[in-house]
Write a protein that binds this ligand. Structure first.
Ligand SMILES: [Cu+2]
Length: 152
């Protein structure tokens, strides 16, 4: 009887070794799986790292041949958008110059909307501008329609 028991054990032992070896292989495969799972992680900061800066908007209205407000404030060193709303039926535009002297001496505006009859809403991308006081006028009604653009 003892001989039979040892024979079973000798046959069973290699089988057990093979089974354990298989388990060991499964364990090795689990490690690369974990490594692959961690690879997408570096991409996550890239997705979340994008700047989420809202474009700055400055609203200007024209009513009865006059800018409102007539002193327009805008941020320095960053781009901003003039939301220009001409409520008159007359043609107007919004033109920015470095100074009144530059405008009256025939200088080109830094930035300007197209001259259009209202009512119409226009957008003008501006800047970034250095801090300072700028001169604004309507290029159709240069003698009466002026405003100041204060960039700070
Ligand atoms: Cu005008």
């Amino acid at each position: 009887m003892n001989y039979v028991k040892w024979s079973v054990l000798l046959i069973a032992l290699p089988v057990l070794i093979v089974v354990f070896a298989s388990c060991s292989d499964d364990g090795d495969e689990a490690v690369p799986t974990t490594t692959q799972a961690s690879e997408p992680l570096p991409a996550a900061p890239n997705d979340g790292g994008g700047g989420d800066v809202e474009p700055l908007q400055v609203e200007v209205t024209v009513q009865n041949f006059s800018f409102s407000p007539d002193t327009i404030e805008a941020p320095a060193t960053v781009p901003f958008t003039i939301m220009f709303d001409n409520t008159d039926a007359a043609p107007h535009n919004f033109a920015i110059f470095t100074s009144a002297d530059d405008a009256t001496s025939g200088g080109e505006p830094i930035s300007a909307t197209e001259i259009e009859s209202g009512p119409i809403s226009q957008q003008l991308s501006v800047g970034p501008l250095a801090a300072g006081d700028y001169f604004v006028w309507c290029q159709v009604h240069t003698s009466s329609m002026t405003a100041s653009l204060v960039v700070e």
